[in-house]
Structures are given as structure tokens and as C-alpha cells.
Design a protein around this ligand. Structure first.
Ligand SMILES: [Mg+2]
Length: 341
């Protein structure tokens, strides 16, 4: 069952109020009475009326004055009013009613049919307005719910992006992130005409390590190496990534070949300094790394692949020369201008 709708009836004569109440009697309506303009205004403050039936002729404050006061109040301004008057010959009165915001008129003696029709129209308007307000509230709730979902989704996406850019085993950036950042830094260094250095390193005889100590120990070894290398990245743009199985790569923007050599030597010493036992290594009794270094000021016609190829070449030479060392290799294409030549 729907909530009854509140209607205010105002008349200075109790018998008129009784008649109105009788005529309006319906389970869908709740009638509130007032026997003066002042009382009507008081009732208006604590109810939400769909309609006011307002007697025009009342002592002290008449219907028009009451209506004017209603219209001057923000809360009661839009409540429809039906003036009830015996004075239907005075046109002047009717216009006065419209001036104060009247919506309709009824003449005494009341014609029940007419009263019923007019009240019904206003009730219908009231119902439609309420339905509209409910819909608006529902839509507002939906919108804020959608906003919350969107914020949650963005957060999840961000987490996902972060996860998809990190290597699952070591927690440092993965190959995908490496490729992306190398592209970004390549373009940045091209604009700023600064050298971009790259170090690619490989854990020496890692297959032997896995064969002897097992894959779990191998994973643990890679994690420790990654962690120590990552801790060496001091500048915000420096980045170490897991490049492949036991290969790592460091992007060092704005770093000269001399600077990169210092970093590479430091990496070599740091990994050896971890003193991870490697009994089956022909190089040392602990885990060591071999490194290839290359550096270039990016210019048109030269690509980051050339830089990778050069560092790879350096790594290959370091391994050929007995491992546990670094070798620098020049970026080959003619278009690339080596900063040290
Ligand atoms: Mg009266």
C-alpha cells in the first residue's frame, strides 16, 4: 500500500472544514486542518503537502495574504493552492489570487464532482513529481556506484599494469618493461643529445649451478643477484631488468661509457661479494657474472637494437675471454656516433 498523501485544508469555519474533510475522505489522503492563515503557515512548516485548499475569506489574515506568505518562503513556494471562495462575482478577487501564485479556484457551495476532479489533477502531478524525484535519487545512486566501480577498476588496472611490468621471480622490471623503458630513454637521450649506456650481464655457468644445487636454489640465487643489482641503481632513471633466464640488463641514461664501466665493475664485485657458493664453476668458487657494455648518443638512423647488439657482443667477448669480467663494445652502425671516439 502506498503512503497517503498530505493535503492541507484551511477555513475559519469548523463546519466548512468538516464538509471538506467529508468530501475528500479517501484512504489515499491524509487531511490536515487549519482554521486560520497563521495556523496554516505553522502546519506548512512541519508537513510536506501535495496541495492546499485555502479559504479566501478569513478574519485577520485572509487567503490571499496567506498565499503571498507561502510564495515568499522557499520551502512552501511551489505547493499548489486551490482557493475556495464564495465571492465568484468579483473578478478583481480572482486576479488578486493569480498575482499571489494561485493555481486554481473553487466556488462555494462546493460541487463535490468539481472538487474531486481538481484535487485528482493535483494529486496526479504530485505523484509524478515524487516518481521523478525517486528516479533522480536512484540515478544519482547509480552514478555514484558507477564512479566507485570505475575508481576500483582503475586501481586494479594500475596494480595489473605494475604486476605485468615486473618479473615474477625476482620482483624487478621484466623484459617487457625493459623494452618499453629503453624506447622511452632512447628518445629522451636523442632529444637531450646525451649518451645512453647499456649493460647486459649473465650469471656465469648458471646451468652448472642448477645442476648441482637444484632449481629452487637457482631461483634463490637469481633473486639475490637481482636484489643486489637493483640496490645499485641510484639515479631515478637508472633501471635494472631481468632480460632473460639468468641474464640481466641495466639502462643508464645520461651515463658515459666511462661511467658505465665503473658501474659494470661495481656490479661484478657486488655479485662476487655475495659469496654464493658455486662449486662447479670453472671461474671461481662463488657465483660471478660476465658483462657487456655499450654506449651511444642516439641519432637518426641508429636504433636501440644496435645498442643491444653491441652490448651483447661485449658480453660474448667477456665470456670468450674467461668470464667474471666486463668488455665494452662499440655501437657499429655508421649513423651512430660513439661518444668516446
Ligand atoms: Mg471564511
Amino acid at each position: 500500500m502506498t503512503t497517503p498523501i498530505d493535503i492541507l485544508i484551511v477555513d475559519d469555519r469548523p463546519e466548512n472544514l468538516l464538509t471538506l474533510e467529508h468530501l475528500l475522505d479517501s484512504p489515499e489522503l491524509r487531511i490536515v486542518r487549519a482554521n486560520s492563515g497563521q495556523e496554516a503557515l505553522a502546519r506548512l512548516l512541519d508537513h510536506d503537502f501535495a496541495l492546499v485548499l485555502l479559504d479566501v475569506q478569513m478574519p485577520e489574515m485572509d487567503g490571499f495574504e496567506t498565499a503571498e506568505l507561502m510564495r515568499s518562503n522557499k520551502r512552501t513556494r511551489n505547493i499548489p493552492i486551490i482557493f475556495v471562495t464564495a465571492n465568484h462575482t468579483e473578478r478583481q478577487h480572482i486576479f488578486r489570487g493569480y498575482d499571489s501564485g494561485a493555481v486554481d479556484y473553487l466556488f462555494k457551495p462546493l460541487d463535490p464532482q468539481m472538487l474531486f476532479c481538481k484535487v485528482r489533477i493535483f494529486l496526479e502531478i504530485h505523484r509524478q513529481r515524487q516518481a521523478l524525484q525517486a528516479k533522480t535519487r536512484e540515478l544519482d545512486a547509480r552514478i555514484s556506484e558507477l564512479n566507485m566501480l570505475q575508481a576500483e577498476l582503475e586501481k586494479k588496472n594500475h596494480q595489473l599494469q605494475l604486476l605485468s611490468s615486473l618479473d615474477g621471480l625476482t620482483g624487478i622490471p621484466n623484459r617487457r618493461q625493459f623494452d618499453e623503458m629503453l624506447g622511452v630513454e632512447w628518445n629522451r637521450m636523442a632529444r637531450e643529445k646525451l649518451p645512453l649506456s647499456l649493460i647486459i650481464l649473465d650469471v656465469d655457468h648458471f646451468k652448472n649451478y642448477n645442476d648441482r644445487y637444484g632449481h629452487l636454489a637457482g631461483d634463490c640465487c637469481l633473486r639475490r643477484v637481482a636484489e643486489s643489482l637493483d640496490a645499485m641503481m641510484r639515479r631515478p632513471a637508472d633501471m635494472i631488468a631481468r632480460y632473460g633466464g639468468e641474464e640481466f640488463a641495466a639502462i643508464l641514461p645520461g651515463t658515459s661509457i666511462e661511467g658505465a664501466q665503473i658501474v659494470a665493475e661495481s656490479m661484478r664485485l657486488t655479485v662476487a661479494g655475495l659469496e654464493i657458493e658455486h662449486a662447479d664453476s670453472p671461474v671461481q668458487s662463488v657465483v660471478t657474472v660476465s658483462l657487456g657494455i655499450s654506449s651511444v648518443i642516439p641519432i637518426p638512423g641508429c636504433t636501440s637494437s644496435d645498442l643491444i647488439q653491441a652490448a651483447d657482443q661485449g658480453l660474448y667477448q667477456a665470456k670468450q675471454a674467461g668470464r667474471d669480467r666486463w668488455v665494452r663494445a662499440d655501437c657499429v652502425p655508421v649513423a651512430c656516433k660513439s661518444p668516446w671516439s
